[in-house]
Design a protein around this ligand. Structure first.
Ligand code: HEC
Length: 114
């Protein structure tokens, strides 16, 4: 009995640290992949593109993956788009060669921003 309870604690601790690491790598990719040059999250980053501090409350995981790999599928290049009450020119570069693991971590990070 005692053994199974401590096993449960260890499992919970592992799951907790795994999710923390996952979220952390998504946020570091946001910087290392250059997103932060154009997008701000919680007051940090550029303003060429829309603020993404709450993007996870309006976009799904699969929508976010498409936006990263093929933004033209959502917003025709060079057109004016209206997002979060502001106007932008659609110039987001596509990251279609991003490795799947990176894409998954980055999209999961964005989806967690509520
Ligand atoms: C050169 C500037 C630039 C870079 C770099 C950039 N974006 Fe964007 N992003 C934009 C602009 C402008 C838009 C508006 C629509 C478009 O261009 O497709 C946008 C739109 C978005 C949206 C949709 C926001 C909404 O409100 O629906 C998401 C999500 C997004 N970008 C994520 C990213 C991620 C993740 C990266 C890094 C891999 C990135 N962007 C890199 C400029 C940029």
């Amino acid at each position: 009995m005692k053994k199974s309870i401590s096993a449960l604690f260890i499992a919970a601790a592992l799951i907790f640290s795994a999710t923390t690491v996952f979220a952390a790598s998504g946020s570091s990719l946001f910087s290392s992949e250059g997103c932060i040059a154009c997008h701000a999250v919680n007051g940090q980053g550029g303003s060429v593109g829309p603020d993404l501090s709450h993007v996870g409350s309006k976009r799904s995981l699969s929508w976010l993956k498409t936006q990263i790999t093929n933004p033209d599928a959502h917003f025709a290049a060079e057109t004016n788009v209206f997002l979060n009450g502001k106007s932008y020119t659609a110039i987001m570069p596509s990251h279609k060669h991003m490795a799947a693991a990176k894409l998954n971590a980055l999209a999961a990070y964005l989806e967690s921003l509520k």
